[in-house]
Design a binder for this molecule. Structure first.
Ligand SMILES: C[S@@+](CC[C@H](N)C(=O)[O-])C[C@H]1O[C@@H](n2cnc3c(N)ncnc32)[C@H](O)[C@@H]1O
Length: 713
C-alpha cells in the first residue's frame, strides 16, 4: 500500500489531475469490505429509449444502418443542435468524454436516446389498454419499461406499501439471456458476474424501500448465480431473515457436469415483522389423509400391528400382549400384561363379560408384535385414540389402528381437532381443524412445479397460435410461493419487476379466486424481442422503436396478451382456452377470472418540453396507483379546478378549496387528496380542513418535478 501511495504522490507531482484521479480510485478500492462480496459497480448503467423523440441536450448513440446486424457503436454523444431542412431533422452531436473533441451530423432517425441511471428522469405512464371483469376490485397493473426506472417511480406510489415481491431475474447462464447496457452478456465476458451483481444490487436497493416491514421478497435463481446471490441478499437486506428453498422444477433432469440437475432455488427473504402462513401442503411430504363425505380431511390411522423391520415377537418381547376387546360392541377395553417369550398365546382366551383377547399375528401367520407398549396403549384407549377394525379369520386376529405420536402432537397444537367420541366404543373422531395446517418445507417436490408442463405448455395454451416465451415459471409454483407470504392477506400488493410472461399476476388471480381476496399485482417487464428473433428483424431493415419490432417484444407480445387471456378465458384470437386449471383449484381455463387489469408504458419526459395538461396526463396514472389503483382515474386537469374519484381527489384551483373539501367530506372511502400548489402555507390550510381519514399530499405545479428521480448516481 505504501508503495502505491508513494507512486500516487509521484504521479501528482508530474500531473496533478492524473494523480488526483488515481488517488480517488485507490481510495475507492481501499474502502471496499475485506470480507463478503466484492464486485465492480459498473457505473453508470444506461438504457436505450427507442422511439423517444430526439431533443437538444439528449444523450444519444448512433445506430448501425438499417438492414445491418452489426453491433452498435457503444459511444455516447450529446445533441448540441437540431437543424430542420425540408422536414428532415439532422442532429449536430459531439462525443462525450472524448480525449479529442469529435463532432458529427447525423439524421435524427439514426439516433437513439440513452438514459444513464445517474441522469434525472421524469417518468410518466401512458395507458395502453385494460381488461375489466372484476367490478370494484383493484386493478392489476402491467408496466412496460426498464425496471430500474419503474422501481424509482414506484417509490412515489408504493413506498413501504408492498406485501410481497416475487422476482425471477435473468439467471446469467452465459447464454446471452440478458443485457447490460444494451449488450448481451455472454460467457466470454470477464465481468459477467460482477455486471450481474451490480445490476441486481441496484434494483434490490430500490425495491427494498417498497416493502412493508411485514413484507417478504422471493427471488428465484439457478446454479449459475445462487452462491453469489445469497451473499448479495445478505448484504443488501440487513434485518431480513433469509431462507433458501430448493424446488424440483424439472424432474426429468438436465445433464450438467457430472450429475443430472432437477432443481432451482428460491430465496425467501422475510422482513423483520413478517408473518408466515401455514399451508395445506408442506410441498415435500405426503400426509396420509382421507377425504370423507362431509368434506372434512381426516388423518389415516396407523395399524397397531408392527410391519417391516423388527416386526417379530422376539424383536420386542414387551410389545407382545393381548388386547382385550368386546367383539359385539367393538369396544377396545385395555391391554393385558405382556406375555414372556417362553409362553404361548391362548387364542380362545375370554373373560366373564365375553371380552376376547386379540394377539398380534402377521400375514404369514407368524407371531408379530404391536407398535406401542402396554402403558402407551392403555393411554391411547383412555383418549379414544385406538379403533377396532375387522376380524381376520385366517389370522384369528382383529385389525387395530391408532393415532401416532405425530397425530397426537397435532392434536396438542390444535392442528387436528377431536370432533366427538363414539358413545359405545369411545373412539374419537378427529379431523384437520382448518385446511391450512402445515409449515412449508425448504425442499419442494411436487409435479405441479414442473416448468415444462405448467409453465411453457400452459402459456402456450393461453396464447395459442405458437407464441412462446422462454422458460416461464410453473403457474402453480409461483402460486405456492406467494401463498406462503400472502395467504392471510386478502388485500396484499404483490410486485414482480422481472415479470416476463406475467405468471405472478396470474398466480395472484388464482389466490384471489380461492379465498375471495382482492390482492393486486404490479408486473414490470421490458419489451425485449427474443435474442433469436432480433437478427432476422434487423436483416429485414427493422429497428427497436419500429411498430413492427415492438409488437413482437415480450411485454406487448406475451405479457399483456397472457394476462388478458387469463382473465377473459379466451386466446388472443378469441378462441376459448383449451384445458383446465389443476391442483388446488380445478376449473376450466375458459372461465377466466373476475379481475381487472390495466396496461401501461413508461415514458420519459423532459419537463421543459411538456405543456401543463400533457404533463398532468403522464403522472395521472401514478396518482391513481398511489391511491390504490382502484376505481376511476382523474386523467386530465379538471376544468372546475378540482375533482374527486372513488379513492382520491385532486385540487388544482385553491380558490375552490371549500367546494373541494365539501366534496371530499361527502365521499366514503376516499384515501388521498392531492393538492397542487407551490405555496406551503396554502397547502397546510387546505390540509387542516380535510377529514382525518384522508391523507393530504402536495403536488408541485410543475407536475413532472414531483417525480424527478435519480438514484443510480
Ligand atoms: C426470467 S424472465 C421472467 C419469467 C417469468 N417469471 C415468467 O414466469 O414468465 C425475466 C424477464 O425480465 C425481463 N427483464 C430483464 N431485464 C429487465 C430490465 N432491466 N427491465 C425490465 N425487465 C427486464 C426480461 O425481458 C424477461 O422477460
Amino acid at each position: 500500500m505504501s508503495r502505491l501511495t508513494d507512486l500516487i504522490a509521484r504521479a501528482k507531482a508530474k500531473d496533478r489531475a492524473l494523480g488526483d484521479e488515481l488517488e480517488r480510485e485507490f481510495k475507492a478500492l481501499a474502502s471496499r469490505r475485506a470480507f463478503g462480496l466484492n464486485f465492480e459497480r459498473h457505473r453508470p448503467e444506461s438504457v436505450e429509449l427507442p422511439g423517444r423523440p430526439i431533443r437538444r441536450g439528449d444523450k444519444v448513440r448512433i445506430l448501425p444502418p438499417r438492414g445491418s446486424t452489426a453491433k452498435g457503436d457503444p459511444r455516447l454523444w450529446k445533441v448540441l443542435r437540431i437543424d430542420e431542412d425540408d422536414g428532415k431533422r439532422t442532429a449536430h452531436v459531439s462525443l462525450i468524454d472524448a480525449a479529442e473533441p469529435e463532432t458529427a451530423d447525423v439524421a435524427t432517425d439514426n439516433l437513439v436516446v440513452v438514459a444513464e441511471f445517474r441522469d434525472y428522469i421524469y417518468p410518466g405512464l401512458v395507458s395502453t389498454g385494460k381488461v375489466e371483469r372484476g367490478g370494484d376490485k383493484p386493478y392489476h397493473t402491467v408496466i412496460n419499461g426498464e425496471n430500474f426506472h419503474v422501481l424509482e417511480a414506484l417509490t412515489y406510489t408504493h413506498r413501504g406499501k408492498v406485501d410481497a415481491i416475487y422476482i425471477d431475474p435473468p439467471y446469467n447462464s452465459g447464454a446471452s439471456d440478458w443485457k447490460y447496457n444494451n449488450n448481451y452478456v455472454g460467457d466470454d465476458d470477464l465481468y459477467r458476474h460482477s455486471k450481474w451483481l451490480a445490476f441486481m444490487e441496484r434494483r434490490l436497493l430500490v425495491a427494498k424501500n417498497l416493502l412493508k416491514p411485514s413484507g417478504a421478497l422471493i427471488v428465484t435463481i439457478d446454479e449459475h448465480e445462487v452462491r453469489r446471490l445469497g451473499l448479495l441478499l445478505e448484504q443488501t437486506l440487513q434485518g431480513f431473515t433469509i431462507q433458501q428453498v430448493t424446488i424440483v422444477n424439472n424432474p426429468k433432469g438436465v445433464t450438467q457436469g457430472y450429475l443430472s440437475r432437477v432443481e432451482e432455488y428460491a430465496f425467501f427473504c422475510f422482513g423483520p415483522e413478517c408473518t408466515i402462513y401455514s399451508a395445506d401442503d408442506d410441498l415435500l411430504t405426503f400426509r396420509e389423509t382421507k377425504e370423507t363425505e362431509d368434506g372434512l380431511s381426516r388423518p389415516r390411522w396407523k395399524g397397531l400391528l408392527r410391519s417391516g423391520d423388527e416386526a417379530q415377537r422376539k424383536d420386542r418381547e414387551q410389545m407382545f400382549y393381548p388386547v382385550w376387546i368386546n367383539p359385539k360392541s367393538k369396544k377396545i377395553i385395555r391391554a393385558g400384561e405382556y406375555l414372556p417369550l417362553d409362553k404361548e398365546p391362548d387364542f380362545e382366551l375370554r373373560d366373564e363379560e365375553g371380552n376376547t383377547a386379540v394377539w398380534p399375528v402377521r400375514k404369514d401367520l407368524s407371531l408379530g408384535r404391536w407398535g406401542v407398549g402396554v402403558d402407551t396403549f392403555n393411554n391411547l384407549v383412555k383418549n379414544g385414540y385406538v379403533a377396532l377394525g375387522r376380524y381376520d379369520k385366517k389370522r384369528r386376529s382383529w385389525g387395530i389402528t391408532y393415532l401416532t405420536e405425530q397425530h397426537r402432537a397435532e392434536i396438542e397444537e390444535g392442528i387436528l381437532s377431536v370432533l366427538s367420541c363414539d358413545p359405545i366404543t369411545g373412539v374419537a373422531d378427529v379431523a384437520y381443524a382448518g385446511a391450512a395446517t402445515r409449515k412449508v418445507r425448504t425442499v419442494w417436490h411436487r409435479t405441479s412445479h414442473d416448468a415444462g408442463a405448467y409453465g411453457t405448455d400452459l402459456v402456450g395454451a393461453l396464447l395459442g397460435n405458437g407464441r412462446a416465451f422462454p422458460f416461464p415459471k410453473s403457474l402453480y409454483a409461483v402460486e405456492d410461493a406467494l401463498r406462503v407470504v400472502v395467504r392471510g392477506k386478502p388485500n396484499a400488493v404483490v410486485l414482480d419487476f422481472f415479470s416476463g410472461s406475467g405468471t405472478t399476476a396470474h398466480a395472484v388471480m388464482r389466490l384471489n379466486r380461492q379465498d375471495g381476496g382482492r390482492r393486486q399485482s404490479i408486473c414490470v417487464t421490458n419489451n425485449e424481442v427474443r435474442a433469436t428473433e432480433q437478427a432476422t428483424l434487423k436483416k429485414s431493415g427493422l429497428r427497436p422503436g419500429d411498430a413492427e419490432w415492438e409488437q413482437l417484444g415480450i411485454c406487448d407480445y406475451i405479457t399483456k396478451p397472457r394476462i388478458r387471456a387469463a382473465i377473459t378465458g379466451k386466446t388472443p384470437e378469441g378462441e376459448d382456452i383449451d384445458g383446465d386449471y389443476k391442483f388446488t383449484d380445478e376449473f376450466p381455463m375458459t372461465e377466466g377470472f373476475e379481475e381487472n387489469a390495466e396496461f401501461f408504458t413508461l415514458t420519459y419526459e423532459t419537463p421543459v418540453a411538456v405543456h401543463h395538461n400533457l404533463a398532468f396526463q403522464r403522472i395521472a396514472p401514478l396518482l391513481w396507483m398511489r391511491a390504490g389503483a382502484e376505481g376511476s382515474r382523474i386523467d386530465a386537469l379538471p376544468d372546475q379546478g378540482w375533482a374527486v374519484a372513488e379513492t382520491y381527489g385532486l385540487l388544482v384551483d385553491l380558490d375552490r378549496s371549500a367546494e373541494f373539501c365539501d366534496a371530499v367530506d361527502a365521499c366514503d372511502g376516499l384515501r388521498i387528496a392531492f393538492i397542487v400548489t407551490d405555496d406551503d402555507r396554502r397547502f397546510q390550510s387546505v390540509a387542516r380542513r380535510l377529514p382525518d381519514s384522508v391523507e393530504p399530499i402536495r403536488l408541485y405545479e410543475s407536475y413532472l418535478s414531483n417525480f424527478r428521480f435519480s438514484m443510480g448516481r
